[in-house]
Design a protein around this ligand. Sequence first.
Ligand code: IPE
Length: 272
Amino acid sequence: VISLEDEGIIIIKFGGSAITNKNVYKSVRKDVIKMAARELREAIAVKPYLKTIIVLGGGSFGHPLAKKYKLQDGIISEESLIGISKTIDSMRELSLIVSNMLREEKLKVVPIQPSSIAINKNGKLHTIYLETLKKFLEIGLIPILWGDVVYDVEKGCSILSGDEIVSKISLELNVSKVIYGLEVDGIFTDPIKLKGLVNVINDKNLHLLQKSVGESKGIDVTGGMIKKIDETLKIYQRGIPVFFINLTKPNNLYRVLVKNENVGTLLFKGSL
Ligand code: IPE
């Protein structure tokens, strides 16, 4: 049996709600980041050939500022530019905290600022330069990217969500699996009450994914769950397995990375 990990890149999204406290401005969940870092290090110890890319959500470092300055609407006033400036720096702060914590676990991470490599058009990703990222991966570094405010050819600026970056990279590079680190256990039939965890989603029950669109907690400027689901559907259609896991609970990340275990919800056309 050839395991999925033997080839290809693994993208891990650290969801904003998992690694930050979405209701408190600029607060990180250090315990969650530390645990994820340790589990990634342990997984790489078992499988030294693992190639991973980490993508951070904005959480309480991104959404409050983006909302305050209405950055999704583009450049609308003189305040917009200071808003862009502050939001980019706020996300750099989050990324710096995360990269320092990962490095404490001996992980060789390299931050790549999305607003330096990507351009949006009318709120959607238009172009992104991935050559540096590819080369960094080749020499053994772990790139970290994040949701960011970027230049927009129509509006002057708009938000590029981490989820869009994840789906774009999944379509462009040789990605073997995507792991969505959430603050909940996966996709639920009742997303409000968090009841009825769905184990596997494929063509037979794809509607459950749409149904999972509930109110996402806290402030979300990038279109909430609907937008996230659109992006994961692109990855699904590509035939790449998407694992939704609870990043705040121990061993989930390790089990998916090392054993391909479905510890939450697996969105996949095929079988593992
Ligand atoms: C949002 O990124 C980035 C900014 C608001 C600057 P995401 O949309 O990927 O973040 P989360 O996971 O929902 O927090």
